[in-house]
Design a protein around this ligand. Structure first.
Ligand code: ST9
Ligand code: ZN
Ligand code: ZN
Length: 332
């Protein structure tokens, strides 16, 4: 029998106190997988989004330079609404945020159009608890396309819903800001993701409505979505595993740049409660810088951080040997 590295898969579960998930081979998964049910509405919408984004790329040279800057600003703001907001604050509770910060993050989050935060955090908790199984909404064992965008184009596997039922979401529903966002999700997206990106360039520096809609609107949205999805696809496939070689998530430099600090994915799946999702502080990690600035203002508190000695011991025990501290230790 050929050696299958995926057989060594373990589910390192720090989100909910669980054990090691049973190892199920890809063959058994495929046998019991129900037929794929394509959601054509999503296929059409995502195809249009990518087509118009290409059009946006072509128009960039004719747009106002302030529109370029504004596009980068909105990319960053909406990305941080996902990373510092939906991900590190709400899905993982890796720090606490006072009301003004929660409101700002929620507005930035609606700009990213990635589902409301309660739904995002629910899927993400399920992703950590049942990584690389059929209960993982974007199970990377189903291939690059599925984990990148395909999972948004088909009905979810029944395991996602069955196993997801047991995930505790009471903390999310207890937050009035999240209940408000969920209730008014569509108007909040219309305002933050489409109206503001289109109207601000038009009225402040006379950009054409069409270019403003196309570039800071659609192209920026498409870019943040793809950068986010790369965490699920690329960062579950190609890169080093300094902390835990028995899981699929990796450290990937391209994802680290695009996802404003969320590409240290081997670290993150090993220590999901670390508010920085990496051991390197502000290095390539705009999100950590953002949270630390809000901490300086007293709006972010209780930031949870893994002490270096525990990270090092873990890397020594289960890492693939690529960890800087482990390499130094072995040379000595
Ligand atoms: C988007 C999200 O893009 C991206 C998330 C990426 C996550 C990345 C994580 C990586 C780490 C963080 C890094 C961040 C980096 C950021 C960088 C930024 C530059 N548990 O969903 P439905 C139940 S979204 C428990 O309709 P279908 C539940 O009862 C893009 N139960 O399933 C639910 O009812 P309700 C924009 C669950 O029919 C019911 O099932 N959004 C769970 O199979 C029905 O749920 C879109 O395009 C669960 N996990 O449809 C929308 N899930 O909700 C796309 C479901 O009422 N979505 N249930 O409680 C859809 O159209 C549909 O969800 C579907 C599946 C077609 C995909
Ligand atoms: Zn992951
Ligand atoms: Zn996470």
């Amino acid at each position: 029998v050929a050696f299958d590295p995926l057989e060594l898969q373990t589910n390192d579960d720090h989100v909910n106190a669980g054990g090691i998930a049973p190892v199920v081979t890809e063959a058994t998964h495929e046998q019991k997988r129900p037929p794929r049910r394509i959601v054509w509405r999503n296929v059409v919408l995502f195809t249009l989004l990518h087509a118009y984004s290409l059009w946006g790329i072509i128009c960039i040279p004719w747009a106002h330079p302030l529109t370029w800057l504004f596009t980068i600003f909105l990319y960053t703001a909406s990305a941080i609404g996902v990373t510092a907001g939906a991900h590190r604050l709400w899905a993982h509770r890796s720090y606490k945020a006072k009301l003004p910060m929660r409101i700002i993050l929620t507005m930035m989050n609606s700009m990213a159009l990635q589902n409301d935060i309660i739904e995002w955090a629910r899927d993400h908790r399920v992703h950590h608890k049942y990584s690389e199984t059929d209960a993982d909404p974007h199970n990377a064992r189903r291939g690059f396309f599925f984990s990148h965008i395909g999972w948004l184009l088909v009905r979810k596997h029944p395991d996602v819903k069955d196993k997801g039922k047991n995930i505790d979401l009471s903390d999310l529903y207890a937050d009035p800001v999240l209940r408000f966002q969920r209730k008014y999700y569509v108007p909040s997206v219309l305002l933050m993701c489409f109206l503001i990106p289109t109207l601000v360039p038009h009225f402040l520096w006379g950009e054409s409505l069409w270019y403003a809609f196309l570039i800071p609107g659609l192209l920026r949205l498409c870019a943040t979505l793809n950068a986010t999805w790369m965490v699920n696809s690329v960062a579950h496939m190609k890169g080093d595993k300094p902390y835990n070689k028995f899981i699929n998530p990796v450290e990937n430099i391209f994802v680290i740049f695009g996802a404003v600090g969320e590409g240290f994915h081997n670290y993150h799946h090993t220590f999901p409660h670390d508010y920085s999702t990496s051991e390197f502080g502000w290095k390539f990690n705009l999100t950590t810088f953002f949270i630390d600035c809000f901490a300086k203002m007293g709006l972010a508190t209780d930031r949870r951080k893994m002490p270096y000695n525990l990270v090092f011991r873990r890397a020594l025990k289960t890492g693939d040997g690529s960890h800087h501290g482990v390499q130094k230790h072995l040379q000595e």
